[in-house]
Every structure is written in C-alpha cells, then in structure tokens.
Design a protein around this ligand. Structure first.
Ligand code: LFR
Length: 468
C-alpha cells in the first residue's frame, strides 16, 4: 500500500471525506464520512455555513484515524466562485454568501459599462455567469464599500478552509480563475482589471497551483486530532479535480454531472475566440495549467429542487422511474435560463414556463421529472453541437463522471439523443482527482497521464449506446 491521502470534497449539496491510496497498481478508495451541504438564509443573504463544513471535515478526519488509516496528506476541493474577506487581524468581514443569492442581479451589465464584455473575455477566457466573483465583489462594493476598504485577504471557500487547517493564506490557481479576475495567459491576478472595477488589489494573495504544499496542520489541530498531515493543493475547484479523473479524453466530451452539469473538453491553451464568447464557453484553469473548455448547464439542481418541493416524497430513482413511464409527455424548458437558478418553487417555475410557451403543463411528479430530464438532454445536445462547430470535428464518445453518472435513465436518454457512445463513471471523480493530485505531489504517481491510466484501470465504467 502506498502513502494514503485524504480528499475533502464538498459540493453544493453534499460533502465527503474519502481516503485513497495505491495498492497493486490500482487506486483504492475508502469513503470515510458523508455530510449534507446547503444554502441557508443569514440576515439579508443566502449563505454557506462554513463553520459546520469545517466541523464535518474534522469529524471525517477523526473517523479516518478510528478506521486505522494513517493519511500523510489532506486536500480540499469545493464549488467555485464564492469567497470570504478577512480584515487586518484575520477576522471575518463577510459571510460566505452563496452564488445563488440575487445580490448580483444586474451587476454584470454594470461591470460591462466599465470594461467591455469582449475585453473581459479576451483577457480572462471565462464564461459570463452573473454569479462570477467579479460581479459578487462589485455588488459588495455597491452595498458595503466599507467592508472592501477594511479587507486585507480575499479567500475563496477552499482557501479559507485551508487557512483554518494551517494558518496559511494563499489563493489556489484553478479556483481563482473562476473569479473572472485572472488573466488566462499570464495565469496571474489581472491587477489592471481589478483596479478598473474599483477594488483594492492588495487583498488578493499569493497564487499557488495544484501540487503545492501549504504546510502542516496547525499545532492546536494536531493536538485535537491526534496526528499531523501535510496540507496539499489539488485543483481546489471541484470541477478542476473532477476533470483530472476523466479516464477517457480521446475523441471524448466529458460531462461532470452533479448539482451542475459541466460539459466540455480539455485543452493545453485557452480558446478565447468570438464564437466561444458567443456560445459562452469558459476556459477555466486546470491541473498542470491545462484548460477546461466547457459550459455550465443547470444540471441536477433542477431535479434536486423538484424533489425538495415535493417534500422529499420521492427518491431520485423514483423520479427516473416515473419519468420513464411518461412516454407521451413532451414539454420542455430551457434549463439554462436564470429563472431556474433559484426560483421560489422549481415545480411552479417549470409549470409557468410551459404555460408561457403554450406547451402542456406538467402536473404529475413523473411529468415534471420527464420535462427536467429531457430538457437537460436538449441542453447537452446544444452544447455538443457548439463544441463540434468550434472544433470543426465530431466527437465519438461522451464520458459522464460524478454522482449524476449513476442515473442510467438519463445516460440512456443522452445516448439516444446524441447517437454517441456514453461512458458513465467514475462516480467519485472529484474526490479521485483530488487524491491523485496529492499522490502525484507525494511522488506515488508519476504525472497526470499516469493518473488517468490508473483511474481507467481502477474504476468501472458503464457503456450506453442508442437503442433502436
Ligand atoms: C460545480 C461548480 C461549477 C461552478 C459552480 C459554481 O460544483 O464548481 O464548476 O461553475 O459549481 O461554483
């Protein structure tokens, strides 16, 4: 057995602590701890509860020790774009406001009046999402400029959790790129852009790429937890870690399927061309300075919310089963409209959309689920066409990774609609990407291409092709 690393992987709806190590040429995982994550209202804003996430993370470390494993390193990844600010005494100045909070409504357009949309894209290569950090900071500047004046450190969510572990404040590169404030070519904070929107660039910190070590656990944590570990940086942006673990990239489009569906390809360089801007594709910074050329599709958030709005009366598996039975129900929504980002009630929003577009209104759980799944597939198909148009070639395979890859009904719908081969798995791609990045840093795995071969050998993938 090789050295063991611990991945803390926290998505928008759930988190997990997973131990991983090499044994007989295969990567082995041990799922130690799972916990819930959700957005809660705090004062005026929808926020993340970072204290409880930190507590769950420590619970996971405790349980790891109890299981007898002795990890030598730990790495954290979370969703992107969200942040906290610290003052000169390293005290929190802000909650971690969640990206679905409406504080950024209209901010993108205001920023465009200072910096043109084209320039922003040409410099950063990042897609336009109204919740990108740049628009969140701009909203904060408008509502509470005094907070920004006091801010000395800008920490994204994983940066902050790393700070709690080590006492060291750094910004990790892959997640930093999602702010839309990092230059895609220099791979550094774009000081000019930051100054132009009126934000003090001094609060942005030293930027380190994946594989960097940021030191050991703080002394008080070592005594609390009973052992020490090195804190290593994976791609701290969950999608960055997930794409590290895509086993099949050859002629393949990946879909990282979770709360969001991230659909795209990996490149050695950013593609900041007009067509990519028109189609709103991003070039997020990746492991080894590779780039994820992808676009965000609303994803399983739609069905998660539908499930919640039906008071959790049906499981995800039941929604799939019910949807399957709705052979004649064909209404669809454009899942990528902002109205589905955080509607008061997802079922009602879907019904309203269908009414407004003169389609049959879904009334039963099966009809609502069918509408969600087929609408998602439509959006995937549109994105695939855009990728093939930009690349001027066809891709033969789609590799779906992440929790959403377990939905065989959706996998089959994608295969049927696209007529491409669909490979599903690995399910825990993000944690796997996180772990292999640490094992590369520790010298247990040679490099990224070796890591991908290992992932392919270690985890099963299910194949789906069009049914006649
Ligand atoms: C997926 C993800 C996406 C990002 C969105 C918001 O979990 O990280 O990549 O666009 O969440 O942070």
């Amino acid at each position: 057995m090789s050295k063991c690393s611990l991945a803390v992987d926290i998505g928008a709806s759930s988190g997990r602590v997973i131990a991983g190590y090499m044994e007989n040429g295969q990567l082995k995982l041990d799922v130690i701890h799972r916990f819930e994550n959700k957005i809660t209202q705090k004062g005026h804003y929808f926020c993340w509860d970072l204290d409880s996430l930190f507590t769950e993370m420590k619970r996971g470390i405790h349980k790891t020790k109890e299981s007898g494993l002795k990890p030598v390193s730990i790495g954290i990844d979370t969703w992107a774009v969200d942040f906290v600010l610290l003052d000169e005494n390293d005290e929190l100045l802000t909650d971690a406001v969640a990206y679905r909070d409406p504080r950024t409504d209209g901010m993108m357009e205001e920023v465009f009046s200072i910096i043109s949309k084209e320039r922003l894209y040409l410099e950063t290569g990042i897609q336009f999402q109204k919740f990108n950090t740049i628009y969140q900071l701009y909203a904060l500047k408008k509502s509470n400029p005094e907070i920004l004046e006091k801010a000395r450190s800008f920490l994204m969510v994983p940066d902050y959790l790393n700070y709690l572990l080590t006492g060291r404040k750094v910004n990790e590169y892959t997640n930093a790129t999602t702010t839309q404030l990092v230059n895609a070519f220099t791979k550094k904070w774009d000081g000019e852009l930051i100054e132009q929107i009126g934000i003090n660039q001094d609060m942005f910190l030293e930027m380190l790429p994946p594989k960097s070590s940021i030191g050991n656990l703080k002394r008080e944590l070592v005594s609390e937890l009973g052992f020490d570990m090195e804190v290593l940086l994976p791609a701290t942006h969950d999608t960055g870690s997930a794409v590290v673990a895509v086993p099949e990239l050859n002629d393949t489009i990946y879909i990282s399927s979770g709360t969001w569906s991230l659909i795209g390809v990996e490149n050695g360089f950013p593609i900041c061309i007009t067509k990519a801007l028109d189609y709103n594709f991003t070039n997020e910074g990746g492991f080894d300075y590779r780039y994820r050329f992808l676009k965000n599709i609303m994803g399983l958030w739609m069905i998660q919310e539908v499930k919640r709005n039906y008071n959790d009366e049906y499981s995800f598996a039941e929604f799939s089963e019910l949807a399957k039975q709705e052979t004649t129900f064909n209404s669809k929504v454009n899942v990528d409209e902002d109205r589905f980002l955080k509607p008061k009630n997802m079922i009602e929003e879907i019904q309203k959309y269908c009414e407004e577009t003169d389609q049959a209104v879904p009334r039963t759980p099966g009809q609502v689920a069918k509408c969600v799944f087929t609408s998602l597939v439509d959006s995937y198909q549109g994105a695939i066409q855009e990728i093939e148009e930009i690349y001027e070639r066809e891709f033969k395979t789609i590799n779906i990774i992440g929790g959403g890859s377990q939905n065989n009904m959706l996998n089959q719908l994608i295969a049927d609609a696209t007529k491409k081969k669909v490979l599903a798995g690995p399910i825990e791609a993000t944690a796997i990407g996180n772990i292999v990045s640490q094992l590369i840093a520790l010298g247990e795995i040679a490099d990224l291409s070796d890591a991908r071969k290992i992932v392919k050998q270690s985890f099963e993938m299910n194949a789906f092709t069009k049914k006649d």
